[in-house]
Each structure stands twice: as C-alpha cells, then as structure tokens.
Write a protein that binds this ligand. Structure first.
Ligand SMILES: [Zn+2]
Ligand SMILES: [Zn+2]
Length: 417
C-alpha cells in the first residue's frame, strides 16, 4: 500500500516536470468543460486581482498576472485550446514558434477593460454606470446566482480598437497628429492673430483611417448586450449595491469606470415567479424582519381551535393556530422568533457559519360574517339576550363618562357581554 502511494507520488512529480508550467485551467480556477463565458469571467476577476498596479512591489502578483493572461489567451481561442487540450504546453510552444503570437499582458488587459492597461493615476477614466436590477423577496431570502444583461460599450474585437479595417492608422496630414490647427488671421499689414482650433479633418484625434473597420464603422467601439453574473447573497439588504470594478463602458481612450448594480425588491408576481406557490412571496420585509397579515373568522378569533399552514419563502411551513378557548383580539400581533429574514453575513453559506434569522410578525385581522340565515340569526340573538341579562356589563358605567339621565331602556337590561 505504502509502495503504491510512493509510486503514485513519483508519477505525479514526473507529470509536473513534463508539463513544466502549471495547468491553464487550474490557473484560471475553472474545469476543463468551462464555457467561453466562464473563461472570460475568471480572467475578468483574476486579472484585476493580480494587476501589478494594485499590488505594487509584489512580484508574485505580477507573475500571476502574466500567468493568468497567458492562460486566458490560450483557452479563449478555440484552436489553441484544442491544441492545449491534446498536447499541453509543449504543443502550444511549437505552435507559437510557427508564427502564433503572444500578446503583452497589459495589452490584453486594455482590450478587455479599455484604457492603456494600467490603473495609473491621471489616466482618463470613463464614467461609472448605475443599473437597477429587480430581485424577488424569495431570492433575497434564499440567495441566488443569476445573471442580467445590459448594452455595454465594448472595444471592437474586429479591429482591436483601432477603427481600421486593415490595421493602418495614419497620422492626420492636416494637423500633423496634434489634433489642433493654428490659424493665422491678418488683422492689419504686419499684424497677425493666432487662433487655435480643433482639426476638422480628424476631429481632434490626430489620426485618420482610410479603410474603416466594417464592424464599428471606425468608431473603435461597439455597443453589445453583455451578460453579467450576479450573486445575490442570502439576506442581503434591499437596495444594496454591488460594484463591478472597471466593468462600465470600455474605450481605448480611458480606463473603464465601475458598473454599480442596485438590488431593488420587485413586486411579488404569483403567476410567474412562484412555481411552488408559497405564501411567503407576499411577506413584507423591513430590515431583517418579515410581516404577514392573517385573516380569522369571528368564530376562530373568539372560540379558538384553528390552525394555518403558512408556506415560507423556502417552502418550509410555519404553523399558526390556537387551541379551543384561546381568544385572538383583532389587530393582535404574534411575534415568531427566527422566522424572519436570514441575517446577512460576510461569511455567507459555509459550514463554519450558521445563519441567524430575524423575526416574523403576524398581525390578525378578524372579519365578521356579513350574511346569516334567518334561523341562525334568531338563535344567536336568543343566546346574546340570555347572557347579556346574566353577565353583561353596563357600558355607560364602564366607560367612566359622566352620568346621564336614566335611559328609556329597561333598568335590569345590561348593554353587552
Ligand atoms: Zn487632424
Ligand atoms: Zn472595429
């Protein structure tokens, strides 16, 4: 047994030696079946995390940054991914000797996020974009991994953000690449005024393109629906903001600003959002607590002996009820500990963290019957009359209001039970 373990260990070391570098899938933290979207998402996160500008002086982070971009480049291209899957790093090495290209990791970064590939101060930064996403209370309660889509400005992939179909970008002949022109006006013989204007030949960019890119029409950017993954943590606050750094509109001219997503609570939709038909979607939320209104009949409120099964947001049942003889006054509120919202925690769902919950407040509304059969009405009346006489109270006396002249009503008759 021990021998087998040792052999296995040796094999493992040999495999590592043969490959030389670490597995690209491992570097990106994805599995071999990962989709393009997953590859992009992994690159998006890791390249920002290890960017040297964010980790000044940290050589390991710099190496990681380079590794991540190498892995991304190899796997996002279907052809090179196929070679890598079959022949590993060696296969790719041979391919790159045969003319395959290797990009500067900063270049790759800037094509992904816009700007010059660096976070340096002073570099123009695009504006932040705020988006509101409607989330159901159910998703706030249970947590959910979902996604949404928006029209994002991206650097044109066809021309790599040059705006040119053939990759040729010329310096503007009119302004010499400065983007501005100096005009001389003669005011009087020998007297000139100099006026600086934006070059109208190149629109101030200092560059001209003869053959415009057919995809972006020379604009260098295109607007396209972009899918963003959204992790709704259990119990996260209503209107919480999630910031996606540098994920707003991209452009070769600036570092993209942040995409800021606000999680608003949308109205419950029993038809479309509630396949399990749980009552809980109609809870109202206030902070960590939930509110529910339950209707009782006169009999239930007065005589007791009733139950209700309230289906909570995750499908578990909260049992409400009273034994016979237990009265519920209209407007009474039951406080049920531990049946409110999960209380958000940074630790989230993990074996090391047990969620605490807020309270559930149940308010009772009592409805009186608005219809009675005449026989039933008669019997009730008789019962009331009988017991009013015996144990009824005098509401006038009970109210504490000043005495008035005796009423015309019979003296021994009491007002109410
Ligand atoms: Zn010009
Ligand atoms: Zn283009």
């Amino acid at each position: 047994m021990l021998l087998r373990l040792v052999t296995f260990g040796l094999l493992f070391i040999l495999a590592q030696l043969a490959f030389g570098a670490e597995d690209f899938y491992k570097i990106l933290g994805i599995d071999r079946q990962a989709t393009d979207k997953q590859i992009k998402s992994a690159y998006r996160q890791l390249s920002k995390k290890f960017h040297p500008d964010k980790n000044p002086g940290d050589e390991t982070a710099k190496d990681k940054f380079v590794e991540v971009s190498e892995a991304y480049e190899a796997l996002i291209d279907p052809e090179s991914r196929k070679i890598y899957d079959q022949y590993g790093h060696e296969g790719l090495k041979q391919r790159s000797q045969g003319g395959g290209q290797h990009h500067d990791p900063f270049d790759l970064f800037s094509r992904f996020f816009g700007g010059g590939g660096h976070y340096q101060r002073g570099q123009p930064r695009g504006h932040d974009i705020e988006i509101k996403v409607g989330i159901s209370l159910r998703d706030f309660y249970n947590g959910r991994d979902t996604e949404f889509s928006w029209e994002k400005q991206q650097i044109c992939e066809e021309c790599n953000g040059t705006g040119s179909a053939d990759g040729v970008v010329d310096t503007c002949g009119h302004c010499g690449g400065h983007g501005v022109r100096i005009m001389k006006h003669q005011l009087a013989p020998g007297m000139f005024q100099q006026v600086q204007t934006t070059c109208d030949a190149c629109g101030g960019r200092g560059k001209t393109i003869k053959h415009k890119c057919p995809v972006c029409k020379g604009n260098r950017v295109v607007r396209r629906p972009t899918t963003v993954t959204l992790k709704i943590a259990r119990g996260v606050a209503r209107d919480a903001k999630i910031v996606y750094e540098n994920e707003a509109d991209a452009s070769p001219d600036w570092v993209a600003g942040d995409l800021i997503v606000t999680l608003t609570e949308k109205d419950p939709d029993f038809e479309n959002d509630n396949p399990d038909h749980v009552d809980g979607i109609f809870f109202r939320r206030k902070g960590d607590d939930l509110f529910w209104r339950e209707v009782l009949s006169l009999r239930e409120a007065w005589m007791g002996d009733w139950t209700r099964n309230l289906t909570h947001l995750d499908g578990h049942v909260v049992r409400l009820g009273r034994k016979r003889g237990e009265i519920v006054q209209p407007g009474h509120v039951d406080t049920i500990e531990g049946e409110g919202m999960p209380i958000w925690s940074e630790e989230g769902d993990s074996v090391y963290h047990q969620f605490q919950y807020g309270k559930l407040f149940v308010e009772y509304v009592v409805v009186l019957p608005d219809q009675m059969e005449s026989g039933m009405a008669k019997e009730f009346w008789a019962v009331w009359q009988k017991w009013r006489g015996k144990i009824g109270v005098d509401l006038q006396q009970d109210s504490g209001r000043p005495e008035v002249k005796p009423s015309v009503a019979a003296e021994d008759e009491k007002d109410e039970l």
